[in-house]
Design a protein around this ligand. Structure first.
Ligand SMILES: [Zn+2]
Length: 60
């Protein structure tokens, strides 16, 4: 698991973030950083909206 420090500095998730903000943040996070797993509930919600997890192949 690698932490993308630069990305995190640019993308802070507010403590009072809405669900939409959380979903957006986690979708971006999954594509840019791997410091932690996406919560199951978030992943399901994103997939229900047509988001697909990036494959290892698509990541640098
Ligand atoms: Zn991260």
């Amino acid at each position: 698991m690698k932490l993308n420090r630069e990305w995190h500095l640019l993308h802070k998730l507010p403590r009072d973030a809405t669900l939409e903000e959380r979903l957006n943040w986690h979708a971006l996070h999954a594509e840019n950083c791997h410091c932690r797993e996406m919560p199951e509930a978030i992943r399901r919600e994103l997939e229900a909206r047509g988001w697909t997890a990036p494959t290892p192949r698509s990541l640098r």
